[in-house]
Design a protein around this ligand. Structure first.
Ligand SMILES: [Ca+2]
Length: 270
């Protein structure tokens, strides 16, 4: 805070967290004088919080290591009711031909020319670290099809399947991709992709590492596209996945080999 006037003055500063006034401080300053005013909130719960200081407001994303930023189990009665069970409660909508089917764990989302859409959020951009874990049961795993991604091409990421796992990641300096491993048709298969800037891009199939590639020193390029499950992120009507998808989990950190194994065996991280 700075007194940019010509006279000494006092001002009250109100700090509001999630709509609740937490603390007020009155600061007196001489002309030209400035002072940093600090407010502390202990034990911030994971999730999205509203922070307001007088007329200035912003949104705080509180992240906890090992907790997903998107979690879709598809246990709802119908596709219209699908909800994100992560602390961030991202909106989910379903388009095209989609239904609820038998899953790997409970129910899954069956796509026959359909897709699921989660609106753009900073939490879903790749940035410095990202992990994606999900199960698929594909009618024809040899077909070139996109499973999940957030990209307009040239930025972001997409995980595809074409016989093996086929990820593409666009950083600020270039594109990383490979197509490795074998995915069987009409069998539940666990897919994981992990990304860490300056480290590795790693793919796992059924808990086993099938490919890794140097990640390079720049982050995944951000974009404002929606996250799409079941088709090309830049056009969900193309490169559609045909089959079922279950237990989609996204993290803003890098899953270890042990955590990937735990998700493969138990659908949870201890
Ligand atoms: Ca499920």
């Amino acid at each position: 805070m700075k007194n940019s006037g010509l006279m000494e003055g006092e001002k009250q500063i109100d700090f509001t967290f999630d709509g609740e006034l937490r603390e007020s401080k009155t600061i007196g300053l001489a002309p030209g004088e400035s002072e940093t005013v600090t407010f502390t909130v202990p034990n911030v719960p994971q999730g999205i919080h509203q922070v307001q200081i007088n007329d200035l407001s912003t949104v705080l994303h509180a992240l906890y290591a090992g907790q997903p930023v998107l979690e879709l189990g598809f246990e709802e009665e119908n596709p219209g009711a699908i909800a994100d069970s992560s602390a961030y409660e991202q909106e989910v909508s379903v388009g095209g031909n989609a239904s609820v089917s038998e899953g790997k764990f409970g129910q899954a989302l069956r796509l026959d020319g359909g897709w699921a859409k989660i609106p753009d959020s900073d939490l879903l951009n790749g940035g410095k670290q990202l992990s994606i874990s999900l199960w698929v049961n594909l009618d024809d795993a040899d077909q070139d099809q996109k499973i999940i991604g957030k990209t307009s091409i040239g930025n972001g990421y997409v995980v595809g399947v074409e016989e093996g796992i086929y990820p593409e990641v666009w950083t600020e300096t270039g594109r990383l991709s490979f197509n490795e491993g074998m995915i069987a048709s009409r069998e539940w298969t666990h897919l994981v992709l992990t990304w860490e800037q300056g480290e590795q891009l790693i793919a796992y199939i059924d808990g086993e590492k099938v490919a890794e590639s140097a990640a390079g020193n720049s982050p995944v390029a951000d974009n404002e596209n929606d996250l799409i499950i079941g088709g090309a992120p830049w056009n969900p009507s193309s490169l559609q996945m045909k089959g079922s998808v279950d237990e989609v989990k996204m993290y803003k950190d890098v899953l270890s080999t042990e955590e990937v194994e735990q998700l493969y065996q138990n659908n949870t991280i201890e």
